[in-house]
Design a protein around this ligand. Structure first.
Ligand code: PLP
Length: 455
């Protein structure tokens, strides 16, 4: 049978990323075969509600024929041409112009990549290039935070604040400094209020700037809300406390919108939801609703102008991928953003948010759930062994993985994150009935997992 032979070939030949490799060898793969709207189907034909939009990315849902048509047309017309050496292509030009309408950074230029990781990696290089160009080459260090997720290249994995992305790889790097995760539920001290917590984080940043020297620090990387680190929303007033310090010390706020951009928080960008004033911005994922790999960095004029001048001394600006500005990817991204506009997808996400968040709030009382949180169409359930003391389950219980596995049995895809957090982040096209379906399946998944520990 075809399925059995595919499974065997998976086990024999595939190296699965971000996977418990030994566990996978025992359990075998779950093979997806197709998708339609918010649903995906496995190779046995079973339907699942895709409650994670893949990896926080299939915003427009599955099977969108318009995007397939645009990709095919572009491949037939002009499949590839680099943007190197001043050559250009129409889809990239149209995408940059379209993004300049969306992105709240006046006069930004857009540098394209293939993934969130390579775009954030480019950000590290760009901020250093900029500071070199304005005569401050000492500004090299990058601030990040515990629980941050910025990617998996050497530089961005070092920025990522999750142990599994450092251990055994010879990371983290010098010149990356991690600050305390803004996770009040876990990092807040007994008796500490949320505003006291924010104040403590502000003082920590002050101390780090004092210790390292503002002349040595280039940038502060931040997701508006943290996705892969555990769906961690910034505490009230966090960016308002942090930003003046960054601005006073000429430390650039690099806004990693890879998860948040294009409607996830109920607004176009997470920075708008949280009152961030980004210097630069990274986008990927929903930029193409994941139909093709593409990412973008928004570079403001105050950075671009000195970069242009400094590049002149070298001859060229020496950064770019073969596929920076790939015409097929750019064409799909343009159409994806147009469809979002035509269908009022951001407003739709905002309109669905109360039902979605309300459904998750109902699960806060579940015996396994210590903390429930979210905004817009993203949410997280942090699982605990004891609600009162917030004690975690022993790691060996793999509680969040159990819940995710139980949800699969119920026909729902959710994601288990480090720290026993169950993440939910459905396609933005989800409707009220599907939200109810998601909540019902998630509750039954939690129940199943609870029974399995009690058994
Ligand atoms: N930044 C954030 C906030 C992400 O969530 C991710 C991926 O999940 C990345 C960067 C890296 O993007 P990619 O996996 O496309 O390299």
């Amino acid at each position: 049978n075809l399925n059995a032979s595919l499974e065997q070939q998976d086990l024999d030949h595939l190296f699965h990323p971000c996977t418990d490799l030994a566990g996978h060898s025992r359990a075998g793969p779950l093979i997806w075969s197709r998708g339609e709207g918010v649903y995906v189907y496995d190779s046995a034909g079973k339907q699942y509600l895709e409650g994670m939009a893949g990896l926080w990315c299939t915003a427009l849902g599955y099977g969108e024929k318009e995007l397939a048509r645009v990709a095919a047309e572009q491949m037939e017309t002009f499949c590839y041409g680099p943007l190197f050496a001043g050559k250009s292509n129409e889809p990239s030009i149209r995408l940059a112009a379209k993004l300049s309408e969306w992105v709240p950074i006046d006069g930004a230029r857009f540098l394209f990549g293939c993934s969130g990781s390579d775009a954030n990696d480019a950000q590290v290089k760009l901020v250093r290039y900029y500071f070199h160009a304005i005569g401050k080459p000492g500004k090299r260090k990058i601030l990040s935070r515990g629980n941050a997720y910025h990617g998996v290249t050497v530089a961005t994995a070092a920025l990522t604040g999750l142990p599994a992305f450092h251990k055994h790889f010879g990371l983290a790097m010098d010149e990356v400094i991690h600050l305390t995760s803004p996770h009040f539920y876990r990092q807040g001290r007994p008796g500490e209020s949320e505003s006291e917590f924010v104040e403590r984080l502000g003082q920590e940043l002050e101390q780090v700037i004092e210790r390292e020297g503002a002349d040595n620090i280039a940038a502060f990387f931040a997701e508006p809300l943290m996705g892969a680190g555990g769906v961690i929303l910034p505490p009230e007033g966090y960016f308002q406390r942090i930003q003046p310090l960054l601005e006073a010390n000429d430390i650039l706020l690099v806004d990693d919108e890879v998860v948040c951009a294009f409607g996830r928080t109920g607004q176009a960008f997470g920075c708008q939801t949280y009152g961030m004033r980004p210097a630069t911005m990274t986008m990927a994922k929903a930029l193409s609703s994941a139909y093709v790999p593409i990412s973008a960095v928004a570079v403001p004029p105050f950075m671009y102008e000195p970069i242009e001048k400094a590049a002149g001394e070298v001859g060229i600006f020496g950064h770019g991928l073969t596929y920076s500005g790939h015409p097929v990817a750019a064409a799909v991204a343009v159409r994806n953003l147009e469809l979002m506009e035509e269908r009022g997808l951001i407003n739709h996400a905002a309109a669905m948010a109360p039902a979605f968040q309300g459904a998750l709030q109902r699960l806060a009382d579940h015996p396994l759930v210590g903390h429930q949180r979210g905004i817009g169409l993203i949410g997280g359930l942090e699982l605990v062994a004891d609600k009162e003391s917030r004690q975690s389950f022993p790691a060996a219980e793999k509680m969040a993985f159990r819940v995710a596995a139980a949800c699969l049995e119920e026909g729902l895809v959710v994601r288990a994150l480090p720290g026993d957090i169950v993440a939910v982040c459905p396609p933005l096209i989800i409707d009220p009935a599907q939200i109810e379906e998601l909540a019902g399946k998630l509750e039954r998944g939690l129940d199943r997992a609870l029974k399995s520990v009690q058994a």
